[in-house]
Design a protein around this ligand. Structure first.
Ligand SMILES: *[C@@H]1O[C@H](CO)[C@@H](O)[C@H](O)[C@H]1NC(C)=O
Ligand SMILES: *[C@@H]1O[C@H](CO)[C@@H](O)[C@H](O)[C@H]1NC(C)=O
Length: 427
């Protein structure tokens, strides 16, 4: 044996330490096989599920099975069901007084599930103003200890909402409330500022994370953390967000000065000056998937600082600012401003949204996607369980909008689907 080792030029101490390390991993309850199987047990949703939704046939719903969908609908139209699933804000404050128990009961993931995921930590900015239950289910579904989560709760949010979300955040070292809060007015600069505050905070607290993703309380993931990490790697350092030519109907947003009147955006008679450096203004979404380098540019590049100063009195700057920065030469992960590099919301992986005017019956060439099975809010589909079958076939990391008051089954079945997929990938 020793002779063989000598021939291989392996020192004995190396072999011994390898054997010891292997034994330690195998025997230690905190690591290796013990860790994964314990995790698989405590994390599985199939055990002791007493939630009112558990009678639904989620595998049928995910396949678009008509009978399973009708069953779910019958359940959700009853008042009694909605009363049963309602969770008052105060109960989150109570439940999080014992953090260990809260994480255990709610089955939070407490270990990175793979080295691959550990090697690519993510930074999230989550902007919320209401509906604590939706927020908590979103956080739980994306939570993993190696990622960072910055939470921006609106300055105008109800005190009970702020208290409940702070209480949840206090249970996790990597979930924190942003240091500067804004009063967010729809379509105003404040929406951008809320994300900027989280970006600065996230950039300051850690130099480890590699990608940034911003979310709101009505988003929900379509991919597990492992799938997300793999898709991000495949971007080769690039960003993924909607960035295309601005439709003429939206041009007034950046050619006329707007201001806030009674907590709403109003246009004035004053024309805006052209953007700094004659930057081409592109159209996009408030939501993006961008590299750390992109965030560094947002926080430090003087061209971007000038663009942001210019954008403060425009309408809905969130829907053109990131799209425009994504086309400024030199910004990490950006695309050249030539229109050949335009990217639509359907092609970007940041967010799946069903706009009412792009919906249509199946087989119609005009339709971008099938009809909404939930209801519409500001022309955007709030998903129902019937949308899931189509949704899980899309490449997007997140979808918008979900609402436990509209259809709790859609979120419930998606939670189960993601959890099962994540567990199946633990080896
Ligand atoms: C759930 O739906 C699937 C697929 O449609 C079906 O095969 C299965 O029997 C259903 N399960 C229950 C418990 O109804
Ligand atoms: C980030 O850190 C710098 C330097 O310590 C500090 O000046 C700045 O205020 C910090 N910003 C945030 C948002 O924490």
């Amino acid at each position: 044996m020793l002779k063989v080792l000598k021939q291989l030029h392996l020192p004995l101490w190396l072999l011994l330490s390898c054997v010891l390390a292997t034994l330690w991993v195998l025997l230690s309850p905190e690591a290796g096989l013990g860790r994964v199987s314990r995790l698989t047990n405590s994390w599985s949703d199939s055990t002791e599920d007493s939630s009112p939704e558990h009678v639904c046939n989620c595998s049928g719903i995910l396949q678009g099975d008509v009978e399973a969908l009708e069953q779910a609908k019958l359940l959700t139209i009853t008042k009694e069901f909605h009363q049963r699933i309602h969770i008052p804000d105060e109960s989150y404050v109570r439940a999080t007084q014992d953090c260990r128990n809260f994480k255990l009961k709610r089955k939070y993931n407490t270990q990175p599930l793979s080295e691959e995921e550990e090697d690519l930590p993510l930074a999230y900015s989550i902007v919320v103003h209401q509906k604590v239950q939706s927020f908590e289910r979103l956080l739980r579904s994306i939570y993993t200890p190696q990622n960072l989560y910055c939470i921006h709760v609106d300055k105008q949010a109800a005190a009970s909402v702020t208290a409940a979300i702070s209480a949840i955040a206090s249970c996790f070292p990597n979930v924190f409330m942003v240091s500067r809060r804004e009063e967010v007015v729809y379509a105003s600069w404040s929406r951008v500022q809320a994300d900027l505050n989280c970006m600065a905070h996230l950039y300051n607290v850690s130099s480890q994370w590699k990608y940034f993703i911003n979310l709101c309380g009505q988003d929900f993931p379509l991919k597990t953390n492992l799938e997300t990490v793999r898709m991000l790697r495949s971007l080769w350092g690039g960003n993924s967000l909607e960035s295309e030519q601005m439709p003429s109907g939206k041009k007034h947003r950046v050619t006329v000065v707007h201001k806030i009147v009674n907590r709403a955006m109003e246009k004035t008679k004053e024309a805006k000056t052209p953007p700094p450096f004659n930057l081409p203004i592109l159209s996009g979404s408030a939501y993006m998937v961008v590299s750390r380098g992109f965030i560094h540019s947002v926080l430090t590049d003087s061209r971007i600082q000038a663009l942001m100063d210019w954008a403060k009195d425009t309408y809905s700057p969130d829907e053109f600012l990131w799209a425009t920065i994504q086309r400024i030469p030199g910004v990490p992960g950006s695309n050249w401003p030539n229109s050949k590099y335009d990217m639509s919301d359907v092609n970007a992986i940041a967010r799946l949204v069903k706009w009412e005017h792009h919906e249509g019956s199946q087989g119609s060439l005009q339709a971008v996607y099938p009809l909404c099975h939930g209801r519409h809010v500001r022309s955007v589909c709030v998903y129902g369980a019937g949308d899931l079958h189509w949704m899980i076939q899309q490449h997007h990391l997140f979808a918008n909008k979900f609402d436990t008051d509209t259809d709790p089954i859609a979120i419930y079945c998606l939670e189960k689907y993601l959890r099962q997929k994540a567990l199946a990938d633990v080896h």
